[in-house]
Design a protein around this ligand. Structure first.
Ligand SMILES: [Zn+2]
Length: 399
């Protein structure tokens, strides 16, 4: 494995050097506000495998004896996080996962720890309820490390021997995440439920994701997602898995219309039975699909800073994030961070950004929090309780 890491780190070395120089400037792009924190939030679109603390990555890598191109956590932060100065593209953004996922892969203690720390970070960001998502295969023992789209993962049922450490299966990963969340929820008071991600380029693993979601239903797994490079393979190839999920009453969200066309959003809703859409910005480019989404009441999970860093909005030739238009049109939407660890952002900052850069009003913010709660994947009784908690914090929902 170490040999593989060496190759990987060499590939990233040029990025590292330019990133080091850019990092001090990057911090100036962070959003700050003198307003008091916006309490009582709900976050629906956040990747656990993009929410790791650089300090934890450094600690885990050091304990595992992995060679790092950074001598401490501060240097590692500059290396493994995405920066304002980096090329703004989804492909480039996804490439950054190539660096840090191998540090954690196959280490159940580390996986449990990042789940626990996720709860701590959500609590600090005044979040009441969250639905973190992750792909279990990305955190299990990796069989072959190669370019992102060529990567192969160990699959349930396979027992491939790794000379460095015991094999950790995707099921082991979900179990470890659930343990971390259980302890994290008990210690912080934050409530979390999990979503398991199918990967766009690996439809062959999607049915396995559904089986894992079913297996861990009683441990807090509430849904599945389709994540990764939009359009890597036709969405239809995931249809059998998403149909099966619907039969099993496993909830469904799909990344669509992030950098792809509006039609992808329609396909996600009609073919994959998506109840929520990750991003969905493309709908502003197509009146018919926009009207369809409004009429369906499909929830759009908006991530302002993420779409800026991935250059998603450039795809549609729009200067401003569509979230304000969605709020004005009473589209069912909410705000999320997407990947707070990689992007070094918080949900608190996302709301500040929405207010100061996109013109969101306090009513918009409160309405979005209620939208998120109504569109979350909790069973109805628990959802009612969450809505009650929100009323305690925010009062009645604005009309
Ligand atoms: Zn996402």
């Amino acid at each position: 494995m170490l040999q593989g890491f060496g190759r990987l780190f060499n590939r990233h070395r040029t990025v590292f050097l330019s990133t080091m120089a850019a990092a001090s400037r990057a911090s100036s792009s962070r959003c700050a506000s003198s307003m008091p924190p916006f309490k009582g939030k709900v976050e629906l679109h956040v990747h656990l495998d993009g929410a790791m603390r650089p300090e934890t990555l450094f600690d885990v890598a050091t304990k595992r004896g992995l060679q790092l191109p950074a001598s401490d956590a501060v240097a590692l932060r500059k290396y493994c996080c995405y920066h304002e100065e980096d090329e703004h593209s989804l492909k480039r953004f996804l490439d950054s996962f190539d660096f840090f996922l191998p540090l954690i892969q196959g280490d159940l203690q580390a996986v449990e720890r990042i789940a626990y720390e996720f709860c701590e970070d959500q609590a600090k960001s005044n979040i009441l309820y969250s639905e973190p998502r992750f792909c279990p295969h990305l955190l299990a023992t990796s069989v072959v490390w190669d370019h992102y789209v060529k990567r192969r993962y160990i699959s349930e049922g396979q027992r491939i021997v790794d000379e460095q450490r015991p094999v950790v299966t995707p099921s082991d990963v979900v179990d470890a995440v659930c343990r971390g969340f259980d302890t994290g929820m008990a210690d912080t008071g934050v409530m979390v439920r999990s979503i398991l991600c199918c990967m766009t380029h690996r439809p062959d693993l999607s049915m396995e994701i559904v089986q894992l979601a079913e297996k861990f239903k009683d441990r807090g797994v509430v849904g599945i997602d389709l994540a990764g490079m939009e359009g890597a393979v036709p969405m239809d190839e995931h249809k059998p898995a998403f149909e099966r999920a619907r039969e099993l009453s496993i909830h469904r969200t799909v990344h669509a219309g992030e950098i792809g066309v509006a039609k992808n959003v329609e396909t996600a809703i009609e073919t994959l039975h998506a109840e929520r859409i990750g991003h969905g910005y493309a709908v502003v480019d197509n009146t018919r699909v926009y009207d369809f989404v409004k009429q369906q009441g499909t929830h759009l999970e908006a991530c302002i800073y993420s779409s800026h860093l991935t250059g998603a909005l450039k795809t549609f030739n729009i200067d401003h994030h569509p979230v304000k238009r969605w709020c004005d049109d009473r589209v069912n939407c909410s705000l999320s961070t997407d990947d707070p660890g990689v992007m070094q952002c918080t949900l608190e900052e996302e709301y500040v950004r929405g207010r100061e850069q996109e013109g969101l009003t306090h009513e918009d913010e409160v309405r979005m929090v209620f939208n998120a709660a109504r569109s979350c994947f909790l069973p109805s009784e628990e959802k009612k309780n969450l809505l009650c908690k929100l009323r305690d914090v925010h009062g009645e929902e604005p009309k």
